[in-house]
Design a protein around this ligand. Structure first.
Ligand code: SDX
Length: 429
């Protein structure tokens, strides 16, 4: 027996809508027949109360601070698995066996190089171009190189496109960094692990041998796991909406990168570090907090707050631990910004303004500090986020394409503009 929701309006009008249940989490009211039955749309700017799809990939409980990838708690995955293992889980729905893992790693490693002509795209950018501008352009351009994997209705094309994107994003992000630095691109080294290979492409030069520090490699791998997927966030919804028109996966991922760039979303880690640099010293925290409380200042506590988490973001806790590990490994336990971040977090979580609004640190609050300690420049933080989230984006895109219920996304509106009127010739206006 399906529960129903009844809507009543006007003079005794009513309509019923089925209530659908998931495995865990809030039920949904299926309003697909609302307009046909009532002549009305729903109104939900920012989709605060709207479920856009069914999905079996990631579950978030914002009140309890729970994050599951395919049912596995992020706390276990971040400690017991590596990023490619988690990418297999997110894409296929199950943790890989040893054989499946080795096959997956082998397939990814065979696609880490980019077409040599792709390197020419970089020369069109200024050396100081923001890496996210470069990523949007170069990832979008990938569709011009892979005509053999653009048929989105062919499952084999979809899997090879997924592997190419997972394999090539680290290479392209590292190339964006090298281009900014004026250093030569470093080719992937397939004998290295995924994260060690990325660090090699970032920090090695042709002049000397570079051996990635295993503690730092593990920290980076965990950062990628923490950012891999996150339900129907803004950039994932962008990828899904782009894909719903039948656009190819490379173009859809480029759209996701563009959306992630915003400071309210993936750009927050870069903004959070800039905020800490701007505060400068713990003695200036009260002054900054007062500014944040003044709505007219427009100042926000970057790296705090979340649309879904109204408790501590579980990723922020793991990121703070990773911060400790990396700073200890580098002998930076007294890192000025980390101590400032800890002090700011303590003060904010004791301040009713933030507690009453359920504003807690999110994944971006500590990720900038640990990436800076890893030697990653601030303007590349969101690029690393995009590298990791490509796994979630491509899994969500695949889930949408394979969903028999999926249609082209086309929201409606509440129109508030002028009613019909006649054009007046210009000489009479
Ligand atoms: C990510 O969706 C995802 O899953 C995203 C993400 C992912 O993995 O994909 O988790 C990654 O984007 C994390 C969020 C990173 N962004 C930031 O850290 C930027 C700072 N945060 C805010 O911009 C904000 O918290 C949002 C955008 C994250 C969420 O905003 P909401 O849900 O729209 O909440 P809101 O703006 O309605 O805020 C409610 C209240 C408001 O005050 P009042 O009008 O009630 O007085 O809280 C205030 C806001 O002004 N508020 C903040 C604040 N965030 C919200 N005040 C100060 N500092 C902040 N950071």
């Amino acid at each position: 027996m399906t529960d129903k929701a009844t809507l009543t309006w006007g003079a005794g009008k009513s309509a019923e809508f089925p209530i659908l249940k998931g495995t865990i989490g809030p039920d949904v009211i299926d309003i697909r027949t609302l307009y046909a039955n009532t002549g009305m749309f729903t109104y939900d700017p920012g989709y605060m109360s709207t479920g856009s799809t069914k999905s079996a990939i990631t579950y978030i409980d914002g009140d309890k601070g729970i994050l599951l990838y395919r049912g596995y708690p992020i706390e276990q995955l971040a400690v017991q698995c590596d990023f490619l293992e988690v990418s297999y889980l997110i894409k296929h729905g199950e943790l890989p066996t040893k054989t499946q893992y080795e096959d997956w790693v082998g397939r990814v490693k065979r696609h880490t190089m980019v077409h040599d002509q792709l390197t020419r795209f970089f020369n069109g950018f200024r050396r100081d171009a923001h890496p996210m501008a470069v990523l949007v352009g170069v990832v979008g351009a990938l569709s011009a190189f892979y005509h053999d994997s653009l048929d989105i209705n062919n499952p084999e094309h979809r899997i090879i496109a997924a592997i190419r994107l997972i394999a090539k994003l680290p290479t392209i992000v590292a190339m964006a960094y090298k281009y900014n630095m004026g250093q030569p691109f470093m080719y992937p080294r397939n004998e290295l692990s995924y994260s060690a290979n990325f660090m090699h492409m970032m920090f090695a030069t042709p002049c000397e041998t570079y051996v990635p520090n295993p503690v730092l490699v593990r920290a980076l791998d965990r950062i990628l796991i923490l950012h891999a997927d996150h339900e129907q966030n803004a950039s994932t919804s962008t990828v899904r909406l782009s894909g719903s028109s039948g656009a190819n996966p490379f173009a859809c991922i480029a759209a996701g990168i563009a959306c992630l760039w915003g400071p309210a979303h993936g750009g927050a880690n870069e903004a959070a570090l800039a905020m800490l640099e701007q505060i400068g010293d713990a003695s200036k925290i009260p002054e900054f907090i007062a500014k944040v409380k003044d709505k007219n200042s427009g100042a926000k506590l970057m790296g705090f707050g979340h649309r879904v988490y109204k408790n501590y973001d579980p990723r922020a806790k793991l990121m703070r631990e990773t911060c400790h590990e990396v700073l200890a490994e580098l002998g930076l336990q007294n890192d000025r910004l980390f101590k400032l971040a800890l002090a700011l977090e303590k003060i904010a979580l004791e301040d009713d303004y933030f507690v009453s609004r359920k504003l807690y640190p999110n994944v971006d609050f500590y990720s900038g500090i640990v990436q800076r300690a890893l030697g990653i420049p601030t303007n590349l933080f969101t690029g690393i986020f995009a590298l990791a989230r490509t796994v979630g984006w491509i899994a969500q895109w695949n889930e949408m394409i394979a969903d028999p219920e999926q249609k082209i996304g086309r929201p409606r509106q509440l129109y508030t503009g002028p009613t019909t009127r006649e054009v007046v010739p210009m000489d009479k206006r």
